[in-house]
Design a protein around this ligand. Structure first.
Ligand code: GDP
Ligand code: MG
Length: 306
């Protein structure tokens, strides 16, 4: 998982998706953070078994496996993992309820995002300073069925690498990419909603404040193309007026969906079609640049009408 030694990997666990989305938004202005989120304890446990995190921030009362158990698991896996426990209890109440101190830091809910930032900055003092170069943060979301290649696309775009053995995404991942459009330094934050496909209502909070959406299907898999309709309806419901791009991925494999067939649907929805392969790298940069450009134009249109 560690593709860059300066990166710090953070796992956030809370079933309150609004709080998770707010925390991610606050942290996306910090540098060098790779944020991963889970909204239940079972997913978090699986993520902890697959990866070593530098920091885990867990709510005490998450469904299936509670935050204290998760923190203990993280500490057993690596003694270096810094732990933060969140709950509605005050520190005194928390101490009286749990015999031994379990976490390095404690956040009493509701907390201000500045409190979260202070904790993060105290844990990683040298690396996470606010990046003054960035003028705007663009939030884009990737939707589409599991296995269509969303995580691989982000990896390919951010690192130029393709790892065919990568483990499946559990929960929601976030990736930062700094770029310039029209000489403006921008930070693209890509939200990969992949691991949340089971429940569309759980995704609602993650859509807030999105400036562009990429809907990805696997050109070698007809079902993933048919299911794009559900993703399309969902984005129209939660993000009316936000630009959407369609992406046919895995074009290196034998195709079940031709360009012409995909183009017909894209035209019916009045959106642009792109094609890519993470294996060869074809079309990946073009897609993300178009996504960033659409997000930038949407942000402009919003600020112009205010
Ligand atoms: P996600 O669930 O949408 O995030 O999909 P992943 O990125 O995890 O990819 C699912 C599987 O498809 C993995 O085995 C990838 O290696 C593979 N994959 C992703 N993109 C491509 C591609 O463009 N070509 C080929 N041949 N395989 C791909
Ligand atoms: Mg994924």
């Amino acid at each position: 998982m560690k593709e860059n030694s300066a990166q710090r990997h953070i796992l956030i666990v809370d079933n309150d998706t609004r709080i998770v989305a707010e925390m991610v938004r606050a942290l996306s202005l910090r540098d060098h953070l790779q944020i991963h989120t889970c909204t239940n304890g079972a997913d978090a446990l699986q993520a902890l078994q697959q990866n070593t995190f530098d920091l885990i921030i867990a709510d005490w009362h998450v469904p299936q496996v509670d935050g204290i158990t998760l923190i203990r698991h993280a500490q057993e896996r690596s003694a270096e993992t810094v732990t933060v426990l969140m709950s509605h209890y005050s520190i005194a109440e928390a101490q009286s309820l749990s015999a031994t101190p379990v976490a390095h830091h404690y956040l009493t809910k509701p907390f201000a995002m500045d409190d979260l930032i202070s904790v993060i900055d105290s844990i990683f003092p040298a690396i996470t300073n606010h990046s003054p170069k960035v003028a705007h943060v663009l939030k884009v979301v990737l939707g589409g069925d599991a296995n269509v290649g969303k995580t691989s696309l982000i990896q390919r775009y951010c690192t130029g690498l393709f790892d065919p053995t990568r483990a499946m995404t559990i929960g929601v991942d976030f990736h930062l990419y700094d770029l310039e459009i029209e000489q403006e330094p921008l930070r693209l934050v890509v939200w990969d909603l992949g691991g949340q496909e089971r429940f569309s209502f759980a995704r609602q909070a993650f859509y807030r404040g999105t400036q562009a959406v990429g809907l990805v299907f696997d050109a070698s898999n007809r079902t993933s193309f048919y299911n794009l309709m559900r993703w399309w309806r969902e984005t129209r419901e939660y993000l009316p007026g936000v630009p959407v791009l369609m992406l046919a991925n895995k074009i290196d494999l034998p195709r079940q969906i031709s360009t012409e067939e995909a183009q017909q649907i894209a035209q019916a929805w009045n959106i642009q079609l792109f094609e890519s392969s993470c294996a060869t790298g074809d079309g990946v940069n073009e897609f993300f640049h178009a996504l960033a450009q659409s997000a930038w134009e949407h942000l402009h249109a919003l600020t112009a009408t205010k």
